[in-house]
Design a protein around this ligand. Structure first.
Ligand SMILES: *Cc1c(COP(=O)(O)O)cnc(C)c1O
Length: 345
């Protein structure tokens, strides 16, 4: 199966398994797992912060960040189509009593700065206290412009807010821009990074920030049941991914571009332009579910439903030959409405 559903589907490489197998372990809840400490120190330095904490998922590191920045009845400003607002079960509201103030995302993932400015609440007992702006980079595969991030920082500084980055796929942005991780993280007070997506680790995310913020996050992690014991085997995989797989993400981007280009010639499919490792496309007739079923029967896994839109994500376990095979499979697809009716219809 060529699995394009997500970059979360990668299996550890042999080298990663070796590192996991030989990782020195301890009890991280007691604070003495050397491999977890090593990952946290390495990631903090790489991302340009004082401290970092390892957690089970990006949903959890985002939640830890929101709960550490905001108190009960505080508010965070967030994109209407941001992962923290839309795809995390409303955790910030449920567990943190934090009110979201969602605003519309532009097609490139930015939120208009004047909308953000207008959404910051005055100091008046009628309102929740606006505390935080949360941005996402990459957002649906788009890289946020560095100039936009800098302008957003200037805005939050004017209002005394903090700024969090959901950087689940920020290393894709690093690869696309060709700079350092700190080019992207510099304006933010905290960043959450998934180790289990393009970086290829099986499980885990990192939250980085000031020592004080990460201290609060550790308390929330414990409270939420996120303390893990011999987690060093997972942390070691994460460190391996940061060191060895991050530099190769441009290959995933090349494969995504190759896929988009190959599909662009087909009549039955329209493809959006791609900047990183995600390709968004639509079928021109019927629903994506029809194509998804056909693709699965031909060894290609996709995510798509009753709407025409579907997505494909490249990653470490997909190479250029796989991409060519996918293009070949798609080129032979006949949409249901074009198929000749059989005598059983
Ligand atoms: C995947 C993802 C997360 C976190 O997902 P988990 O599955 O909980 O690790 C957060 N934000 C974005 C933008 C993501 O793509």
């Amino acid at each position: 199966m060529i699995d394009l559903r997500s970059d979360t589907v990668t299996r550890p490489s042999n080298e990663m398994w070796d590192v996991m197998r030989s990782a020195p372990l301890g009890d991280d809840v007691l604070g003495d797992d050397p491999s977890v400490r090593d990952l946290e120190e390495f990631a903090a330095e790489l991302l340009g912060y004082e401290a970092a904490v390892f957690a089970s998922s990006g949903t959890q590191t985002n939640l830890l960040a929101l709960m550490s920045h905001c108190d009960r009845a505080d508010e965070y400003i967030v994109g209407q189509h941001a992962h923290t607002y839309r795809w995390e079960g409303g955790g910030a509201a449920v567990f943190g009593s934090i009110q979201p103030q969602p605003l519309v995302n532009n097609p490139d993932g930015t939120i208009d700065l004047d909308l953000i400015e207008a959404a910051v609440k005055p100091n008046d007992p009628h309102y929740a206290v606006t505390r935080l702006l949360a941005l996402e980079n990459t957002w649906n595969g788009h890289v946020l412009p560095l100039s936009y991030q800098a302008e957003a920082r200037a805005l939050v500084d004017r209002h005394g807010l903090s700024m969090h980055l959901d950087g689940a796929r920020m290393f894709n942005a690093v690869a696309a821009l060709g700079g350092q991780p700190t080019d992207i993280t510099a304006p933010y007070d905290s960043v959450s990074v998934c180790l289990s997506k393009g970086l290829g680790a099986p499980v885990g995310s990192i939250l980085a920030g000031s020592r004080e913020l990460i201290g609060k996050a550790r308390r929330h992690r414990k409270r939420l049941g996120g303390g893990m014991r011999q987690a060093g085997m997972l942390a070691a995989a994460g460190r391996y991914g940061l060191e060895h797989n991050a530099p190769h993400m441009t290959i995933d981007h090349d494969n995504a571009a190759r896929l988009a280009q190959g599909l662009a010639g087909l009549e039955s499919i329209t493809v959006d332009s791609t900047e990183t490792n995600m390709v968004f496309a639509s079928v021109t007739v019927g629903s994506a579910a029809d194509l998804v079923g056909y693709a699965e029967a031909n060894g290609v896994a996709l995510l798509g439903g009753e709407a025409p839109g579907f997505r494909m994500v490249t990653h470490l376990d997909v190479n250029a030959a796989d991409v060519d095979r996918v293009i070949e499979v798609f080129s032979q697809w006949i949409p249901a409405s074009d198929r000749p009716h059989s005598i059983n219809d």
